[in-house]
Design a protein around this ligand. Structure first.
Ligand code: G4P
Ligand code: NA
Ligand code: NA
Length: 190
């Protein structure tokens, strides 16, 4: 998405070699028109998969997942983060480390909103090391649902998360690939 690259260049900022600040676009403020454009693009790429639910993790994946679900005409479910471990027989739970915050959290999805009949599209804002993503993949597998694929807005290809997802045979579509953030410079993969 050329438009998205332009917006990242004009509104994003390099925090360090690993982290790109995009809170004007994805993580704090969102531009509804731009988010809808992303949703249309993911819907276009996965339309033939007969998706029954779009799933994401709160919070920053929600806007794009919503836009995608609206375009596909299906519900969107967001995994919730829990601060304390609560064993809940009515929910799927997984423990995940958080790359940016340096803490461990538990994510959970109620068994009411994910089941073995589902054909799931997992949508997220950023893939870095992929720890959060792997946690949600485990939840989808535990539920016995079919994971049709993953759509992520921004992939940092110099980190291992995207490659690890693809190695598992999961179809991962990303809108923008960033190959490096070194020297305070955003470099896109061509
Ligand atoms: P992930 O690749 O599956 O997202 O897992 P990882 O453990 O690598 O990243 C954990 C969190 O860090 C995610 O947000 C992810 O979006 C965020 N993150 C990773 N790299 C960057 C980056 O370069 N810039 C920014 N702004 N965020 C980054 P989260 O913990 O799920 O929080 P939330 O944003 O959804 O609330
Ligand atoms: Na995030
Ligand atoms: Na996210």
């Amino acid at each position: 998405m050329e438009l998205l690259k332009q917006r990242i260049l004009s509104e994003g900022s390099v925090v360090n070699d690993q982290v790109l600040k995009v809170d004007a676009l994805l993580n704090h403020q969102v531009d509804p028109e731009l988010i809808m454009e992303m949703g249309r693009e993911f819907a276009r790429r996965f339309r033939e998969e007969r998706i029954t639910r779009v799933i994401t993790v709160e919070s920053s994946g929600i806007s794009v997942a919503f836009a995608t679900a609206l375009e596909l005409g299906v519900p969107m479910v967001f995994a919730r983060r829990k601060k304390s471990v609560t064993t809940d027989s009515d929910a799927y739970c997984e423990r995940v480390p958080s790359f940016t915050k340096g803490i461990v959290t538990d994510i959970m999805v109620s068994k009411k909103f994910l089941n073995a009949d589902d054909r799931v599209l997992f949508v997220d804002d950023i893939i870095a090391n992929g720890d959060a993503a792997q946690g949600l993949v485990r939840i989808i597998r535990t539920a016995g649902a079919h994971l049709a694929g993953m759509g992520v807005v921004l992939e940092k290809t110099f980190q291992a998360g995207g490659a690890a997802i693809r190695e598992q045979g999961i179809r991962l579509e990303t809108l923008v690939k960033i190959s490096s953030l070194s020297d305070q410079t955003i470099r896109f993969e061509d």
